[in-house]
Design a binder for this molecule. Structure first.
Ligand code: XBP
Ligand code: MG
Length: 258
């Protein structure tokens, strides 16, 4: 057995810590389109297809090239994207401030438990840093931002998920090796990214990602579970547990580093 101890947990944000895509990001994109007089309304189904590309600015370009074309768009649409995306971020963070998007089951419990057990915490996400700050501030309180060694987010790396760059960035910032950490993800692009960085990965699926290919995941669950709300195991080995706690994480880590 390799001489490794579990030292840190690295979390994706969108879809993993909170179900933000359908009723958060999508709604904020549409509000920004309206604000700029752009005749787009991304419905739930189309947005699911657009999630193939991570990053909001990249997603808008993908929509032009693969779905809605540029017939009804202003001539300077590509130049407008950064401004439009800033408006989307404003709408999104305002929405979070209303408390509209809660954390997923088991997230707050696990974060507290991990801290009590001396595990370090980090975030690795493609979303804009302000969005992460807003989510934590409006769910766990502002002091929770200090719980994380590093919040690696957005354009801080040139290549977003599925590239492993954002996880490598977080690992480097923490001075840790991948085998000392576990990653938490919800999507195909997410696990491709975490695996590219060499991380053992736990998956909690959501409505948009339940049919994704999670080959190589340590375990695939519907959520992290609570004492009164056990998770369902969709694939992999949950070692007989019904919620994700530090004991289960140690078992998963040991098995995947044997
Ligand atoms: C999340 C994303 C993000 C959000 C939108 O992916 O792809 O782009 O959808 O946020 P992951 P921005 O959960 O894999 O990190 O508009 O700020 O990019
Ligand atoms: Mg995600």
């Amino acid at each position: 057995m390799k001489n490794t101890t579990l030292k840190a947990l690295i979390f994706d944000v969108d879809g993993t810590l909170a179900d933000t895509e359908r009723d958060g990001h999508r709604v904020a994109f549409n509000a920004a389109f309206r604000e700029y007089g752009i005749d787009w309304d991304w419905d739930v189904e189309l947005y699911g297809k657009l999630l193939a590309v991570t990053g909001g600015k990249e997603r808008m370009r993908f929509c032009v090239s693969n779905f809605l074309g540029n017939d009804n768009l202003p001539d300077n649409f590509d130049d407008l994207i950064p401004e439009l995306h800033a408006a989307k971020t404003r709408h999104y963070t305002e929405l979070l401030a209303t408390g509209a998007i809660p954390l997923r089951p088991g997230v707050e419990r696990l974060l507290h438990e991990a801290r009590e057990n001396g595990l370090r915490l980090a975030v690795a996400t493609t979303t804009t840093p302000e969005n992460v700050t807003a989510l934590f501030s409006h769910t766990l309180g502002e002091e929770s931002l200090g719980w994380f060694d590093i919040i690696a987010a957005g354009d801080v790396v040139p290549a977003k998920k599925p590239a492993g760059d954002i996880y490598n960035y977080a690992l480097e910032a923490m001075g840790l090796r991948p085998e000392e950490c576990l990653a938490f993800e919800d999507s195909r692009n997410g696990i491709l990214s975490s695996q590219d960085a060499g991380l053992t990965t736990l998956i909690t699926v959501n409505g948009y990602t339940q049919d994704d290919d999670f080959s190589g995941a340590a375990v695939v669950l519907d959520h992290l579970g609570e004492p009164a709300q056990p998770f369902n195991v969709l694939a992999g080995d949950a070692h007989g547990h019904s919620m994700v706690n530090c004991e289960l994480l140690e078992k998963i880590h040991a098995k995947n580093n044997a």
